[in-house]
Design a protein around this ligand. Structure first.
Ligand code: AMP
Ligand code: MG
Length: 484
């Protein structure tokens, strides 16, 4: 074990060599810590109290790897906006797998640590703003109880990174239960060697779904387990109004964690067509299209497994089509339960769906704020003021009250169900942009304040006020850029 508590036990490196390239991060000029996630470090069993600030920055800048790290860049492929491409960690390096005191296996990964054999001519670096965006958003998602990769540190490297103009370079340390992507399976399938796919299937089962080892049709069980996890994940995203922005197959994990926070954002006014990514001209990754895209990505995953499934079951192609098509009904069920919870409804009644879609339709018509509307409904009395002074809303409210009255549980239980599902605060894009601009100019105070506000998102309190208002027209951010 390293002095700081890193306890590596690396397994990815034992996969066939085609899956990775061993290499170290490129040393940086002047590493300086911008933000460090002390509670996460402590949960992971890490302790930096005996280490100087400079040594810690050197570690998280890539100049001094802890003992036991066996750094490597992973190979993968992926469908980007529907088109197949060879990819791989072009600016990321996995240090290895750390085992936490509770026995969890976690990848420690650098993002922005220099070029790799998969960089395709790009610089392998990352800019401070986008790395802080990932830090803020991933930690917010975790606090919202949504499966996600985490962020341990952001360090500036003392170097300029050129993106139209020179910007401060930075390295993010990301923590993930693994970095196995749909794109990793697509890459394995390309090797035209059933043995390679089999190894990846076995590895994924060992690492994420160990109970499948006992099952008869292992590959099919893995596919079904991943479909279930993704249906859960997308349901969570829809619950909080999260728009991933780049749901390419290389950005979808087999673990079911949200990964790769690029031009992502949370929706303010409810509109199912909301898109933030500056490069998503067709709205492929719009809010309401996320379940369809998840299913599309899962179909790509299923295809990679076909050679193994052919050995496992009869009519494999028909079976996987059926299983992947089943995503629609599975998701719909989960979405309905989730929306019922947002409205405090226990049980399941046929009229629930129209109650839900009526509210969403009204919200879209009047441009009501997604988060705040549900938050206001968790207050015991009817919400007042704009946009609620509206006959359609009042009628809807009466219907809802009638539906709530049919609950077998008391109103108090409905309210706590709602409060556990409707956040009081989300990282609104205009706030995030302000924080990133301040941090880029050296002022870290707004970042710290925002991170604090996002720690307990289900507890409404007065210090959240500055973070709860939707943007004024002048502050509205319509697009976020990949800013790679
Ligand atoms: P992302 O949009 O971050 O999911 O990245 C898509 C692909 O582009 C991945 O293979 C990345 O490793 C690669 N990539 C993104 N930015 C860079 C960069 N600055 N240098 C090298 N590769 C990059
Ligand atoms: Mg990616």
């Amino acid at each position: 074990m390293d002095d700081s508590g890193f306890n590596f036990n690396n397994t990815y490196i034992h996969l066939p060599k085609a899956f990775y390239t061993e290499l170290s991060p490129v040393p940086v000029r002047k590493p300086e810590m911008v933000t460090f996630n002390a509670p996460l470090a402590s949960d992971m069993g890490l302790d930096f109290s005996g280490i100087s600030t400079d040594a810690k920055a050197a570690m998280f800048g890539g100049n001094n790897m802890p003992k036991g790290a066996e750094p490597l860049a992973q190979a993968y492929a992926g469908h980007q906006f529907g088109h197949f491409t060879m990819l791989g960690d072009g600016r990321a390096i996995v240090w290895g797998e750390h085992i936490t005191p509770s026995g969890q296996r976690l990848d420690i990964q650098f993002k922005g640590s220099g070029p790799t054999p998969y960089s395709r001519g790009a610089d392998g670096r990352a800019v401070l703003g986008p790395m802080l965006r990932e830090y803020i958003t991933s930690e917010a998602m975790h606090a919202l109880n949504i499966p996600t990769t985490r962020s341990l540190a952001v360090v500036t490297n003392g170097e300029k990174v050129y993106r139209e103009t020179g910007l401060p370079g930075a390295i993010l340390t990301r923590i993930a239960s693994s970095h196995i992507r749909v794109g990793t399976f697509e890459y394995a399938a390309l090797q035209q060697d059933k043995g390679i796919i089999q190894k990846l299937v076995n590895y994924t089962i060992d690492r994420h779904y160990p109970w499948i080892k006992e099952e008869h049709n292992k590959t099919l069980s893995l596919l079904k387990a991943v479909i279930e996890k993704q249906a859960d994940l997308i349901t969570h995203w829809m619950r909080v109004g999260f728009i991933h922005g780049v749901m390419n197959t290389d950005n979808m994990t087999l673990s079911g964690e949200t990964i790769d926070y690029g031009p992502c954002a949370f929706m303010d006014a409810y509109n199912p067509r909301t898109v933030f990514s500056s490069i998503d001209h067709m709205g492929r990754y719009a809010y309401a299209n996320q379940p369809n895209i998840a299913q599309w990505n899962l179909a790509r995953l299923a295809e990679t497994m076909l050679p193994l499934l052919d050995d496992e079951i009869e009519n494999a192609a028909d079976t996987i089509e059926e299983v992947v098509n089943g995503f629609g009904a599975l998701y719909k069920d989960k979405w309905l339960s989730m929306m019922r919870a947002k409205l405090g409804l226990f049980g399941a009644r046929a009229e629930d769906e129209s109650l839900i879609t009526d509210l969403l339709g009204w919200m879209q018509r009047v441009g009501a704020d997604y988060t705040n509307t549900f938050q206001h409904l968790t207050e015991e009395k009817p919400p007042q003021g704009e946009p609620y002074n509206d006959r359609a809303f009042k009628e809807w409210y009466t219907h809802w009250q009638a539906q709530l009255a049919k609950n077998t549980k008391p109103l108090k239980s409905s309210l706590s169900l709602m409060r556990a599902n409707n956040p009081a605060v989300i990282p609104r894009n205009h706030k995030v942009e302000q924080v990133l601009a301040a941090a880029t100019n050296g002022d870290l105070k707004p970042l710290k304040n925002l991170l604090t506000a996002l720690q307990e998102p289900y507890k409404n309190r007065s210090d959240l006020k500055p973070y709860q208002s939707p943007p004024e027209p002048g502050d509205r951010v319509y697009q976020t850029f990949c800013g790679t």
